[in-house]
Structure formats: structure tokens, C-alpha cells
Design a protein around this ligand. Structure first.
Ligand code: ZN
Ligand code: ZN
Length: 138
């Protein structure tokens, strides 16, 4: 049983198209296991920088028990395991990332971003964010 690092709720296991991940239904935080992240975004760690002033407490990796490292991508704080590359994304940070990437793709494509309405499953959310991260990091 894995508990949310932010509110200690039990995390739910989700199946995305290519990998399994864990979600907190309360705070909408997501846990993406190391292997899945490495396959989705090779060298993810090289695209983020250490977060100098983390706003959330550090917790230990669910997969390998090492302390997670606070990193940032475009000003959004993420928790990345330096050892196995598992990733935790806080619910509010996920929303911010979605908004940032939506704005980017609007600028790039000229197509207006449709805000994701409540009712969209978190599964869509995390897959879309990974896709957007990949686009952005390229
Ligand atoms: Zn939570
Ligand atoms: Zn780890």
C-alpha cells in the first residue's frame, strides 16, 4: 500500500496506454515509476534543474526508498528520484504545467486551447502532460 506523500491518502493504481502509475484522488498528485518515465522521456533528469527553494517537504522514493530530489521545469516544482528516476507531480503543479504547455501550443499552432473540464480522467491528464513534456523538452 502506497500513501500520498502530501496527505497520506492511499494512492490508486492507474493503467495508462504504456505504463502504470499511481494517483491521489484527493490532491490529484501523480506518481510515475522510474522505468515508465525513462521510456517516455529518455534523459528526463538532464532536462530539469535542481529547485533552490522547494516549497514541499522531501519524501522517500516509493520504489527505492532514496530521498527524492526537488527539481523544476519551467518554474514548476517536481520531485524526481535521483536513483531510479521515478517522478512525483503535485496536483497544482500538474495544472500549471498543463496551462503552460497549452499556452505554448497556442502560440505554436494558433489553435486555441480548450480548457480541460472537470470529469476528464486523471489518466488523460498524466498522459497528456507526459506528451507535452516530451514536446517541450525536444
Ligand atoms: Zn494526495
Ligand atoms: Zn527511486
Amino acid at each position: 500500500m502506497t500513501l500520498c506523500p502530501r496527505d497520506q491518502r492511499q494512492l490508486a493504481t492507474n493503467q495508462a496506454a504504456k505504463f502504470r502509475y499511481l494517483s491521489c484522488l484527493r490532491c490529484q498528485g501523480h506518481w510515475i515509476p522510474g522505468g515508465a518515465l525513462d521510456r517516455a522521456i529518455p534523459n528526463f533528469a538532464s532536462h530539469v534543474s535542481p529547485c533552490p527553494h522547494p516549497t514541499q517537504p522531501v519524501f522517500n522514493c516509493f520504489q527505492c526508498q532514496k530521498p527524492m530530489g526537488a527539481v523544476q521545469a519551467r518554474g514548476c516544482q517536481l520531485d524526481l528520484c535521483p536513483s531510479c528516476h521515478s517522478l512525483w507531480i503535485d496536483g497544482p503543479e500538474l495544472k500549471r504545467l498543463e496551462t503552460l504547455f497549452a499556452r505554448d501550443s497556442e502560440i505554436r499552432t494558433g489553435i486555441e486551447y480548450q480548457d480541460r473540464q472537470a470529469g476528464t480522467s486523471s489518466l488523460d491528464g498524466v498522459e497528456v502532460v507526459l506528451e507535452m513534456l516530451m514536446m517541450f523538452l525536444d
